[in-house]
Design a protein around this ligand. Structure first.
Ligand code: B12
Ligand code: SF4
Length: 469
C-alpha cells in the first residue's frame, strides 16, 4: 500500500434498539470492493462494525487516531439515524476526516443530516459509482459540487444534484469485499434475519437490485426497473463463499428474487448441478402469489428449507390501499404446498395502517393463526418520510403529532396507530404471538427444524427480548 493512499474508514453504527439485528452489512462491503477495483493502490480501506464492540466511543476514537482516515463513510438505515447526530462532532474532534453518509436514511433525509450535523456530503441511492466519483474528486482535489448523486450544504442552502444513473450491468460490480469482516462475528444466537438456521455458517447474497412493485410504505433505493446479476455471476459468489469462507447456507435477500422465473430456474439448476451442498433461505420474502408449485419444488431441490411470505394484510381493502395487491388465496395455496413438502414457512404481517379497523387487524392475525405457517412476525406499521404511507398518515391525522421519527419512536416502540386510535396495538401483538405460537405449532416447528439445538438456544437467548419489547 502506498503511504500517500487515500484512507477511508467505513462505519456501521450501533444504536440502542430493542431488537438489534446483526447481519453482514452487504452495502459497505460492495462499496469497498468497487473502490478497491477502480482505485487500486490509491485507496486504503478499513471497516468497523460498531455493533460488535463493547465500548463504541473508545473503539471509534482509537481507530480515528491510529488509522487517521481522510474520509469516514457511514451507512445509515432510518432506525440508525441518531448515530450521525450523536457522532459527527465526535468524529470531527478526533480526526480531520470528511464525513460522508449513505444508505436508505440519507437517501430520503439528507437535508436533516446536512443541516443538523457536521456532515460534509450525503450519497443518494445506489452508492458504488457516486462514492467512487466523489472520492476520486477528493483525491484529485477537484470541485465535487457537480457530481451526480450527492447532496451537500454550501453554507447557505442544501444542494441535491440529480441522481446518478443506476449501474445497468450488475455483473460488472465486484463481489462484496468479504476481507473486511470476520464471518464468525455474525454467526451465533443473536437475532438474525432468518430466525432459524439449517447451517451455522451462513451469509447473505443479493442477486438483483430494485423492485417493480409500488408498495406505499417502501423506500425506493435502487429504482423501479429490476436489474439482475446473471445466474453464473451469482453462482460464482456462492462458490467463493463456499470454498473460501466455509459458508454452507445462503440467504437470498433480493427484494423480489422470484420476479423473473426463468432466471430463478437457471440459478437453481446451476446450484443443483454444482458440487456444493448448500442450504438456502429467503428471509425477507418471496412474492408469494407469483410462485407456482413447480417453483417451490425446484427451490426445495436446490436446498431451500425455508421461505418467508410477506403477506402484510389479510384485507383486500388494505392490500389495495397499500398498493401491494397480493392475491391472498394464491399465497395461502402456496404456503399449504410448501408446508406439505416439508419447507418451514414464515409470514410477515403489518398491523395498524392508517384507517385500518380493529376488525381488519384481527382478520390478519386470524389468517396467520388459521394458516399452515410455522412462524409469523407481526410488525407495527412504521412510516418512513417521503413514502406514500407517510403522506397518507399525515393527511389523515392532521391534528395529531405523528412525526416522531416518521410516526414511530424506535426507543419506545410505539407507532402512530395507538396514538390516533387508542387501540393497544403493542399489547395486542404480544397476545397475537402467544395465540399464534400454540404448543402444537411450536412442536411441529421443532420437528421440522433442521438444527434443533440452534432453534432452542435462539429462543432462549433472544426470543424473550422480542416478547419483552
Ligand atoms: C437484508 C435487509 C435487512 C437485514 C440486513 C440489513 C443490512 N445488512 O443492511 C436486516 C434483517 C437487519 C434488516 C432489518 C430491517 N430492515 Co431491512 N433490508 C434489507 C434489504 C432487503 C437488503 C439490504 C441489502 O443488503 N441491500 C444491498 C446493498 C448493496 O444495499 P445497501 O445496503 O442499501 O447499500 C447501498 C446503498 O444504500 C449505498 N450505501 C449504503 N451505505 C452507504 C454508506 C456510504 C458511506 C455510502 C457512500 C453509500 C452507502 O450504497 C450501497 C451500494 O449501492 C433492504 C432492501 C434493499 N433492497 O436494499 C431492506 C431495507 C434496508 N430494510 C428496511 C427496513 C425498514 C428494515 C427494518 C427497519 C424492518 C423492520 N420493520 O424491522 C429492519 C431493521 C430492524 C433492526 N432492528 O435491525 C428498509 C430501510 C428503510 C430505511 N429508510 O431505513 C429497506 C431499504 C427496505 C425498503 N425498501 O424499505 N434489513
Ligand atoms: S415488494 Fe418489497 S421491495 Fe417491492 S415495493 Fe413492495 S415492499 Fe418495496
Amino acid at each position: 500500500m502506498l503511504s500517500d493512499s487515500y484512507k477511508v474508514l467505513l462505519v456501521k453504527p450501533d444504536v440502542l434498539v430493542t431488537s438489534q439485528v446483526l447481519d453482514v452489512p452487504l452495502g459497505v462491503l460492495y462499496l469497498s470492493a468497487f473502490l478497491k477495483k477502480h482505485l487500486k493502490n490509491d485507496i486504503e480501506i478499513a471497516f468497523i462494525d460498531l455493533r460488535m464492540v463493547n465500548d463504541q466511543d473508545k473503539t471509534l476514537k482509537e481507530l480515528l487516531e491510529t488509522f487517521n482516515p481522510d474520509l469516514v463513510g457511514i451507512s445509515l438505515l432510518a432506525f440508525e439515524q441518531s448515530f450521525i447526530f450523536d457522532y459527527a462532532d465526535f468524529i470531527k474532534k478526533y480526526s480531520s476526516a470528511k464525513i460522508v453518509v449513505g444508505g436508505p436514511f440519507p437517501t430520503y433525509n439528507y437535508e436533516k443530516i446536512l443541516l443538523e450535523s457536521d456532515t460534509d456530503c450525503a450519497v443518494i441511492g445506489e452508492g458504488e459509482r457516486v462514492f467512487f466519483n466523489l472520492i476520486s474528486g477528493y483525491i484529485e482535489k477537484k470541485d465535487i459540487s457537480g457530481i451526480k448523486g450527492i447532496a451537500y450544504y454550501n453554507g447557505e442552502t442544501v444542494i441535491c444534484n440529480p441522481r446518478e444513473e443506476h449501474i445497468g450491468d450488475l455483473d460488472s460490480i465486484p463481489y462484496p469485499d468479504y476481507s473486511l469482516i470476520d464471518f464468525k462475528n455474525y454467526w451465533g444466537y443473536h437475532i438474525q434475519h432468518n430466525t432459524i438456521l439449517a447451517e451455522r455458517k451462513y451469509a447473505p447474497i443479493i442477486s438483483s437490485r430494485a423492485c417493480p412493485y409500488q408498495c406505499i410504505y417502501c423506500h425506493n433505493i435502487f429504482g423501479k426497473k429490476i436489474r439482475e446479476r446473471s445466474p453464473e455471476n451469482t453462482l460464482g459468489e456462492i462458490k467463493l463463499l463456499y470454498e473460501e469462507y466455509g459458508i454452507r447456507e445462503i440467504h437470498l435477500v433480493d427484494d423480489v428474487f422470484n420476479f423473473n422465473r426463468k432466471r430463478m430456474h437457471q440459478l437453481l439448476h446451476l446450484i443443483i448441478n454444482s458440487n456444493m451442498t448448500i442450504r438456502i433461505a429467503f428471509p425477507n420474502g418471496l412474492r408469494g402469489d407469483l410462485l407456482t408449485r413447480e417453483d417451490i419444488a425446484l427451490l426445495k431441490k436446490a436446498g431451500t428449507y425455508t421461505i418467508t411470505f410477506a403477506i402484510e394484510s389479510a384485507s383486500q381493502r388494505i392490500q389495495k390501499m397499500i398498493k401491494k395487491n397480493l392475491d391472498i388465496s394464491k399465497v395461502i395455496e402456496n404456503i399449504n404446498y410448501a408446508s406439505q413438502i416439508g419447507l418451514i414457512t414464515r409470514g410477515f404481517f403489518m398491523l395498524g395502517f392508517p384507517g385500518e379497523t380493529v376488525a381488519e387487524i384481527k382478520q390478519t392475525v386470524k389468517l396467520a393463526i388459521d394458516s399452515k405457517l410455522d412462524l409469523a412476525s407481526f410488525f407495527e406499521v412504521v412510516t418512513f418520510q417521503r413514502t406514500g404511507l407517510d403522506e397518507l398518515v399525515r393527511d389523515m391525522y392532521k391534528d395529531i403529532d405523528v412525526t416522531t421519527n416518521g410516526g414511530y419512536n424506535y426507543l419506545t416502540g410505539k407507532s402512530f396507530y395507538e396514538q390516533v386510535t387508542g387501540f393497544k396495538l403493542t399489547r395486542f401483538i404480544k397476545k397475537s404471538y402467544i395465540r399464534f405460537f400454540s404448543f402444537k405449532r411450536v412442536y411441529k416447528l421443532f420437528i421440522k427444524a433442521p438444527d434443533k439445538i440452534y432453534l432452542f438456544r435462539r429462543i432462549l437467548t433472544s426470543g424473550w427480548i422480542i416478547l419483552r419489547a
